[in-house]
Design a protein around this ligand. Structure first.
Ligand SMILES: [Zn+2]
Ligand SMILES: [Zn+2]
Length: 614
């Protein structure tokens, strides 16, 4: 009889002991009975006969998790505070069954010609274990990645290419497929079961040399790994919003060490986190010769006469426009109509949002609450407003104003599938649509050929968001959006903001912005401090609150961590569950992890390195 310690796949339970009458390899996926139900489990180690009675393993599969996958799962389980079974649950196992290598058609891969500057960049990337390719939109980052992939293929190695939300970037997939043909496999959640099986076959048999996709791509069973590229490394979609709440960019960096392979992070607007941690190569300038004119309008989020007038001119000239509505209108911020000032939390230096129920301003970090002021604390003006406009509402207003114009909504509410996205983009690029109104989705790497006007609504709402990364997010969004216009013709970018000085200073100088941002973040925020958010949600609000109080009391006695705030979440209820939170801060993540493991109570859901504060 042999005894094994197993992790129950995708279960929050800790490891358990089972027995079997023959030896099993570490990592093997097996079936066990737990609470009268059959579950998948993974063999972690052989162990001595326990003092208690064990159950038998009832089935052994052909699937196996590699030692490195198990090591990675252990890291995820420790750092993101989840069970080993949950961490293994995000991974795809290897298959011990030999899959016939189908004769893949010889694909003639054409030569990629890089400019001298691009060659220098590639040289730089190959010399560092982790490096940042800090390249403007249109500076040719993709060609550099492709050349690097090609070098990997030549040396018999395979590459992982992470992209945020692959279904949103059909143009990138198309480029890769055109160049690499069958050598590239696209992995994403919208694959049909048949497509998924075919993709996995190519991954198992080794014919897929480049595996491209969103964060789950990292956990595919890829042998001979030679390179990991994380494109748009600043993108928030790399952070998982359910357990394990990992950040794929950070996991990629960890995997670089684990597999001893180089990691390349790429972005036109890198996160301060990566900018401070890794050596970077700056690739400047786009290929577009057209000119752009920036106009700032000191107003809050409304379709002002100036905007409508510019849209009218664009339509009359038979050109196209995009209208960017920064974020979904979840929260409102009080902005002074005369000077653009927004109230900030005295403790956290971030914008405070309006809390309708209690008619107060609230800080999403420390829960500090204050009465809604009657006059601007900066200029004493009584004209304090909080207007927000949703995409649907903007479409309605524009359509009513210009009855002949073809206006389309372009956000998650309207574009729910990859095919809807493709169709909407085609309609726009063939000029069946005149105006595209959308959120961040507008800026995700699409090429719009005929845009001569980009309107950016209510930028100050984004700049003053209750989020320590508000400036980083606002500026990078603006850079990405304005990069979408004027690709062929000269264009205008109309920005609604009182903060012209901030945006115009840093629009073409993101490096300088990052240097400035370091000073602001220094004592309070990442990358200099570690944050951890603990959520408590339950149908019974009193129960959630009680658990939050209990843990907060325990945490308050630990000296090397700080309880920044605790109380009701800014979004008090989701799916009929009441939500409470604790926000922690510390110099080291290890101190946070230790404190949490000592104080953890029921219902506590840990979010390490959080990016959501609502
Ligand atoms: Zn004011
Ligand atoms: Zn605060």
């Amino acid at each position: 009889m042999f005894f094994y310690e197993v992790a129950i796949l995708s279960s929050p339970l800790s490891t358990l002991s089972y027995h079997f009458d023959s030896t099993l390899e570490i990592g093997t996926a097996v079936n066990v009975i737990i609470r009268n139900r059959e579950s998948k489990a993974i063999i972690l180690s052989e162990c001595n006969k326990p003092d208690f009675k064990t159950n038998e393993i009832i089935g052994v599969s052909d699937f196996i998790y590699s030692k490195k996958q198990i090591e990675l799962a252990k890291f995820i389980s420790t750092y993101y505070v989840c069970s080993l079974g949950e961490a293994l649950g995000v991974m795809t196992s290897y298959s011990s069954v030999n899959i016939d290598t189908e004769d893949t058609q010889e694909h003639e891969v054409s030569q990629i010609n890089l400019s001298q500057k691009q060659e220098d960049a590639l040289e730089f990337l190959t010399q560092h274990p982790v490096s940042l390719l800090f390249g403007d939109t249109g500076s040719g980052k993709t060609e550099i990645y492709m050349k690097y992939f090609q070098e990997m293929i030549a040396s018999g190695k395979r590459s992982i290419f992470l992209m945020p939300e692959i279904s949103l970037t059909p143009q990138m997939s198309q480029r890769l497929e055109e160049h690499f043909g069958d050598l590239v496999v696209m992995w994403h959640s919208k694959l049909t079961p048949l497509q998924k099986r075919k993709a996995l076959e190519k991954i198992y048999n080794g014919s897929a040399k480049i595996v491209a996709g969103p964060r789950s791509t990292l956990f595919l069973p890829i042998n001979d790994l030679g390179l990991i590229v994380v494109d748009e490394e600043h993108d928030d979609s790399y952070k998982s919003s359910s357990r394990p709440r990992y950040n794929a960019r950070d996991i990629a960096i960890y995997m670089g060490k684990l597999y001893n392979v180089p990691v390349v992070l790429g972005s036109a607007t890198p996160s301060l986190n990566s900018f401070t941690k890794f050596p970077y190569f700056r690739l400047k300038g786009g290929h577009f010769s057209s000119k752009k004119e920036f106009i700032y309008e000191k107003s809050v989020e409304t379709l002002s006469p100036l905007i409508l007038n510019n849209l009218k001119n664009t339509l009359e000239a038979k050109d196209q426009a995009i209208v960017f509505v920064p974020t979904r209108a979840n929260f409102k911020y009080l902005i002074c109509q005369d000077c653009g000032h927004t109230t900030q939390c005295v403790f956290c230096s971030i914008g405070m949002s309006i809390h309708q129920k209690s008619r107060a301003l609230k800080c999403h970090y420390c829960n500090y609450t204050q009465a809604i002021p009657q006059v601007c604390s900066e200029c004493r003006s009584p004209s304090l407003v909080s207007s927000r406009l949703g995409t649907a509402e903007a479409v309605k207003v524009i359509s009513e104003e210009f009855v002949d114009a073809r206006v389309e909504q372009f956000d998650r509410d309207a574009i729910t599938t990859a095919s809807k996205l493709k169709k909407a983009l085609t309609r726009f690029n063939t000029h069946e649509t005149d105006i595209l109104v959308g959120t961040q989705m507008l800026s995700k790497g699409h090429d719009y050929h005929g845009v001569t006007l980009a309107v950016v609504l209510g930028m100050d709402n984004m700049l003053n968001m209750s989020d320590y990364r508000a400036r980083e997010k606002a500026l990078s969004s603006l850079i990405q959006v304005s990069g979408r216009s004027g690709r062929a013709k000269n264009a205008k970018v109309l920005i609604q903001s009182f903060n012209e000085e901030f945006f115009s200073t840093y629009m073409n100088n993101y490096e300088e912005f990052l240097e400035e941002e370091k000073i602001y973040r220094q004592d309070l925020y990442p990358p200099y401090k570690k944050l951890c958010r603990i959520l408590f949600s339950h149908k019974n609000g009193a129960k959630a609150q009680e658990q939050m109080r209990k843990m907060q009391e325990l945490l308050s006695h630990i000296s090397n961590i700080e309880v920044v705030g605790f109380g009701k979440c800014a979004v008090e209820r989701i799916a009929n569950k009441y939500r409470f939170e604790i926000l922690l801060r510390s110099d080291k993540s290890t101190d946070l992890i230790k404190a949490i493991s000592r104080c953890k109570v029921d219902l506590a859901e840990v979010d390490m390195d959080p990016i959501e504060f609502a």
